[in-house]
Ligand binder design. Structure first.
Ligand code: SF4
Length: 212
C-alpha cells in the first residue's frame, strides 16, 4: 500500500459574523491585534508579475492628475541623472593621473554610475583636472558647449579652482570659473581619488535636490 507524501490540507477557519459591540469590552476591542490578511505566496507572485506595472501606472497617473507633472516626474529624472553621470574622458595635467586612478580597480568609480565617455556629446559632467592655460581655454569652452543639457562642472584641484601654484603666471587661467560655471570645487594638489569621488557624491546630492 502506497503512502502519500503530501500532507492533508489544513482547513481554514470559517469567517463568522463579527461580535456585536455590546459583547466586546471597548478596551479589548481597541487594543486587540488585527490579524494579517491571508495571502498565499502564489498570489503575491501574480501581483508582482502581472499587475505591478498596471497598478504602478494607475498610481502614477493618479498622482500626476492630483499634483501635476513636474512634482512627480522631476524626482525620477533627478534620481536617474545623478546615478548615471558620464564625465568627459580627458586630462589636463597631473590631477588627471588621480582622475584616471579613480576608475581603476582600487577605487572603482564606476560603482557610482560614473562612466567616462570620449565624446562631449554623450557627457553631462566636465571634470577639469589640471592647470588651465589661456591657450587651451577656447578648446575647453568648445567641449563644454558641445555637451548636452543638463550638464555640470567639477573643478578638481587647486589649479582648476584658482590657478594653484601657477596663479601668477601670465599663461594660466586663475580659476576655470572664468570660463564655465562650476558646481563643485575639490581642494588639493593633487586631490586623491577619494576626494574626487567625494566631490562627485556632493554633486549627486545637488542634482537630487535641484528644482528647475
Ligand atoms: S593642482 Fe597640483 S597636482 Fe593638480 S594640476 Fe595643479 S599642480 Fe598638478
Amino acid at each position: 500500500m502506497g503512502v502519500s507524501s503530501s500532507a492533508p490540507p489544513v482547513p481554514r477557519p470559517a469567517a463568522g459574523p463579527k461580535p456585536s459591540g455590546s459583547n466586546v469590552s471597548p478596551i479589548v476591542a481597541a487594543t486587540a491585534p488585527v490579524p494579517p490578511p491571508q495571502v498565499e505566496p502564489w498570489e503575491i507572485e501574480v501581483v508582482r508579475a502581472k499587475e505591478f506595472i498596471p497598478r504602478a501606472k494607475e498610481g502614477l497617473w493618479a498622482m500626476i492628475t492630483r499634483e501635476g507633472v513636474a512634482p512627480v516626474v522631476k524626482p525620477v529624472f533627478n534620481w536617474a541623472g545623478r546615478n548615471s553621470l558620464f564625465p568627459l574622458h580627458w586630462g589636463l595635467a597631473c590631477c588627471a593621473i588621480e582622475f584616471a586612478a579613480a576608475f581603476g580597480s582600487r577605487w572603482d568609480g564606476e560603482r557610482f554610475g560614473l562612466v567616462p565617455r570620449s565624446s562631449p556629446r554623450q557627457c553631462d559632467l566636465l571634470i577639469v583636472n589640471g592647470t588651465v592655460t589661456w591657450k587651451v581655454a577656447h578648446k575647453l569652452i568648445t567641449l563644454w558647449e558641445q555637451m548636452p543639457e543638463p550638464k555640470w562642472v567639477i573643478a578638481m584641484g587647486n589649479c582648476a579652482t584658482g590657478g594653484g601654484p601657477f596663479r601668477s603666471a601670465y599663461s594660466v587661467v586663475p580659476g576655470v570659473d572664468k570660463l564655465v560655471p562650476v558646481d563643485v570645487y575639490i581642494a588639493g594638489c593633487p586631490p586623491r581619488p577619494e576626494a574626487m569621488l567625494d566631490g562627485v557624491l556632493r554633486l549627486e546630492r545637488l542634482i537630487q535636490e535641484r528644482k528647475e
